[in-house]
Each structure stands twice: as C-alpha cells, then as structure tokens.
Ligand binder design. Structure first.
Ligand SMILES: C[S@@+](CC[C@H](N)C(=O)[O-])C[C@H]1O[C@@H](n2cnc3c(N)ncnc32)[C@H](O)[C@@H]1O
Length: 204
C-alpha cells in the first residue's frame, strides 16, 4: 500500500465536501435514480453514493481496489452492501450478473479503460445499464491542452486521475450506446471540467 493511497483515502471526504454541498450530491442522486435490481458500483471509494440509491435497488455490491478506501467503505456500509476488493478491469463476477453498474468519478482513474468497459459489458445482464457521473476532457482546445500538460502532476494530486480522458468517446468505441448530459462539477477546478452524467447501454 502506498503513502499516496493512504493520504488520498484519508483526505477524500474533506476534499469533496464543498463540491458535494454545492450540488454534486444532487447530481449523484439524479444519476442514480434509475438504478434497479442487482447493482454493482465500481471504485466506490468512501461510499459517498450509499445513501442515494433508490428503493428499486434490490442488492448492492461495491468494488474498490485500494485498501485504504475499502477499509473506510466497509466501516460505513455495515450490512447494507457487500464490499469486494477488485479493480474494474478484472471483476470477479459471472457474466450477466447485474442489472445496473454505477461509476461515479472512476473511469478517469482506471488505468486500462477499454478492459474495464469490456468487464462492465460482460457483467451486465441483457437489458442492463451503466449509470455514470464522470469529469472528462474539455471541448475547449486551450483547456484540453492544459489538461494534457498537467496530466502527470494531476495524476499525483488525484491519485491516478487523468483529467484529459474523453470518456464518452471511449464508451462509444467500446460499443456502448450513450445518452448523456453535459454539466459542471460544482466548485471544482477547471482542469476537471466539464462533467458528463448519463446512461450507457452495453453492446449487443
Ligand atoms: C475519485 S475516487 C471516486 C470515488 C467514488 N466513486 C466517488 O464517487 O466518490 C476514484 C476511485 O476509483 C478507485 N480506483 C482506482 N483504480 C481503480 C480501478 N482500476 N478500478 C476501479 N476503481 C479504481 C479509487 O481507489 C477511488 O476510490
């Protein structure tokens, strides 16, 4: 376990607090409103989505690969969900196991995004859906250039976060059908703007 992973986990809720209060919590709640059935959340962090799931969710499984995060997650969830230590690109679940997969602020960090998207598609049952809230590469060429330049430094601050990832394009190239809205991550630095929220339907 690295010091950076420990520090990131210890600081995470405090780092997010002003964004959450300024509207991110409501954005999360709206994004999760369509969750239903057996639901998998990848990279669940400290569990900021836990209270926001609707009643249509019948069972919740949370994955988190970083031990300092998963320890906090386990302490928070109690018996409301099971917590599994696993990265999104190697999910220890059967094919078609979930009706909903949720990713909030995770696809920027996953090292091998195409492998993770293939895993998400594999574990989604027919008719299943990926619900997401992600910050993505700017459409403004000047800001995108800064996101490229600052990526190595931001990767240290954000523990592996890539501010310049065009996640919607990556979802589409993995065969997902994407319905999304553009927005702003409340009270967050320009380097992690804009934000997209929506639903992605897996290929096939
Ligand atoms: C910015 S935090 C977001 C946490 C939480 N999803 C939220 O919305 O607050 C990014 C999370 O992705 C996790 N993560 C890092 N690498 C990952 C991987 N390969 N697969 C899944 N999650 C990963 C991190 O440990 C961290 O918990």
């Amino acid at each position: 376990m690295t010091i950076s992973a420990r520090v990131f986990a210890a600081m995470y809720d405090r780092m997010m607090a002003s964004s959450e209060e300024a509207g991110l919590r409501d954005i999360r709640r709206r994004a999760l409103a369509g969750a239903r059935g057996r639901t998998l959340e990848i990279g669940a962090g400290t569990g900021l989505n836990l209270e926001l799931y609707p009643e249509a969710v019948t069972e919740m499984v949370l994955t988190e690969p970083e031990e300092p995060m998963s320890r906090r997650l386990r302490a928070k969830v109690g018996d409301r969900a099971s917590v599994v230590d696993a990265p999104a690109d190697d999910l220890p679940f059967e094919d078609d196991a979930f009706d909903t997969v949720v990713s909030t602020l995770v696809l920027c960090t996953v090292p091998d995004l195409q492998a993770a998207l293939a895993e998400i598609a594999r574990v989604l049952a027919p008719g299943g859906q990926l619900l997401f809230v992600e910050h993505v590469r700017s459409e403004d060429a000047g800001l995108a250039r800064w996101q490229d330049r600052l990526r190595p430094l931001w990767g240290v601050v954000g523990h592996g976060c890539r501010p310049n990832r065009d996640t919607a394009a990556d979802l589409r190239s993995a065969g997902f059908t994407v319905q999304l809205e553009h927005g702003k991550l409340p009270k967050a630095a320009p380097i992690i703007q804009p934000m997209i929220t929506g639903v992605a339907l897996p290929p096939g």
